[in-house]
Design a protein around this ligand. Structure first.
Ligand SMILES: *Cc1c(COP(=O)(O)O)cnc(C)c1O
Length: 403
């Protein structure tokens, strides 16, 4: 009998030790495992290479993502750096432009100085992005959809086709959606990555990352890098993640219901709002095809940097935080926070509106969230002379026209 993912996350493989049948996977808080003989290794020997608590988690991550292999890392960046190890010396990478700051930093400060060719293009433009793939013939294409914080949508299946035609690996960072709403492997991606610090961990109490794939050869390499570099997730953190994941479907559904109302409210006030399924988002149709909902992260333009800061500092239920995907609502001003790690020379070609506020909506009562927004908007409107639609930011045309 095949079970739905929301049922599957409640159960786990047996971790029976012969002593007992634990109904929750125990934490194997041990670095080493005593071996039965001196000439070979048993299934577990050393926790960097393998740990039973992590194995339960890795199987769970694979199941929820529709993959045959899953790997758990000490952070999202560890998951990304291990994936980028698949790019050999001198090989090239093509990444989308609206990229997580830490990923940009890794590509620019680590991969490029090693002699790798690193290129960027706007993956929300399928035709030109596919042409770039065919001309550049990169070893790996790196995608985020929806992108963060501008919520641009890329067509995973279309890009996967272009990647296949040149034998490129397609890695999709699926952090913004969680596996509950979008499963990129089903649309042809070779690898799906998560910062499990966000939706998967739920309670914002652990930093973790995951990599899942259906490709046996890629899985073997990732497993090798995970062990060789020592980037795997610790037993206690694996347990925390397993615990959080049990209710991920409920939480994602609830926070999305809150987010839909908030996005509609911001839009009704005439504030330029970025959310995957709004009619104003050019990619809404594509998103509707490859994901089952808009999720709970959105951004809007306050009108000026001062207004954005005034709004952020006036909220009481929404707390200022760099991260997103927690059960409690958070907000940030990306230009000074999560995207501050974008290397300076890239900032010019990738202008981010400095009046952008990103909201990550949690599971609080919707009335409390709306009330909080309304009182903070009042404070915001009182700041500076600019009205929301008159920002001085002159960004790329495709961003402006998606308002
Ligand atoms: C947070 C984040 C990362 C990095 O993950 P860490 O767990 O902080 O290392 C990578 N990609 C995206 C889209 C993120 O939001």
């Amino acid at each position: 009998m095949s079970l739905k993912p929301s049922t599957e996350v409640l159960y786990h493989e047996s971790t029976s030790t012969g002593l007992a049948q634990p109904s929750v996977p125990p934490i194997y808080q041990t670095a080493t495992f005593t071996q039965s003989n001196a000439v070979g290794f048993d299934e577990y020997d050393y926790s960097r290479s393998g740990n039973p608590t992590r194995t339960v988690l890795e199987k769970q991550l694979a199941r929820i993502e529709g993959a045959s292999h899953g790997f758990a890392f000490s952070s999202g960046m560890a998951a990304i750096s291990n994936t980028l190890r698949l790019v050999g010396n001198g090989e090239s990478v093509l990444a989308t432009t609206d990229l997580y700051g830490g990923t940009s930093r890794f590509l620019e400060k680590i991969l490029r100085p090693q002699g790798n060719d690193v290129q960027y293009a706007d993956s929300s433009q399928l035709e030109s992005f596919s042409c770039q793939i065919k001309a550049q013939r990169p070893r790996l294409v790196f995608l985020e959809t929806p992108s963060n914080p501008l919520i641009k949508i890329s067509d995973i299946a279309g890009i996967a086709d272009a990647c296949k035609s040149v034998g490129a690996i397609l890695a999709v960072d699926n952090t913004m959606m969680s596996p509950c709403l979008q499963r990129p492997l089903e649309h042809g991606a070779s690898i799906v990555i998560h910062s499990a610090t966000k939706f998967l961990s739920v309670h914002a109490d652990v930093t973790a990352g995951s990599v899942c794939t259906n490709d046996d050869a890629l899985a073997e390499k990732i497993k090798f890098f995970q062990n060789a570099e020592g980037t795997a997730l610790a037993p206690f953190d694996s347990w925390l993640l397993l615990r959080g994941m049990k209710t991920i479907f409920l939480r994602v559904k609830e926070s999305q219901a809150n987010a839909e109302k908030i996005a509609a409210h911001l839009l009704s006030l005439g504030l330029p709002t970025f959310y995957p399924l709004l009619d104003t988002n050019h990619g809404a149709r594509i998103h509707g095809r490859q994901a089952s909902g808009g999720g709970s992260v959105m951004s809007f333009r306050a009108g000026s940097f001062q207004k954005a800061v005034a709004f952020a500092e006036a909220t009481k239920v929404f707390r200022i935080s760099v991260s997103f995907g927690s059960i409690s609502s958070t907000l940030s001003v990306p230009v000074r926070m999560s995207h501050a790690s974008i290397p300076d020379h890239l900032k010019e070609s990738r202008p981010l509106p400095d009046d952008l506020v990103r909201l990550s909506v949690g599971i609080e009562h919707n009335d409390d969230l709306l009330q909080d927004l309304q009182q903070a908007l009042k404070v915001m409107y009182g700041h500076g002379n600019l009205e929301p639609n008159q920002s001085s930011w002159a960004g790329p045309e495709n961003v402006e026209s998606s308002l």
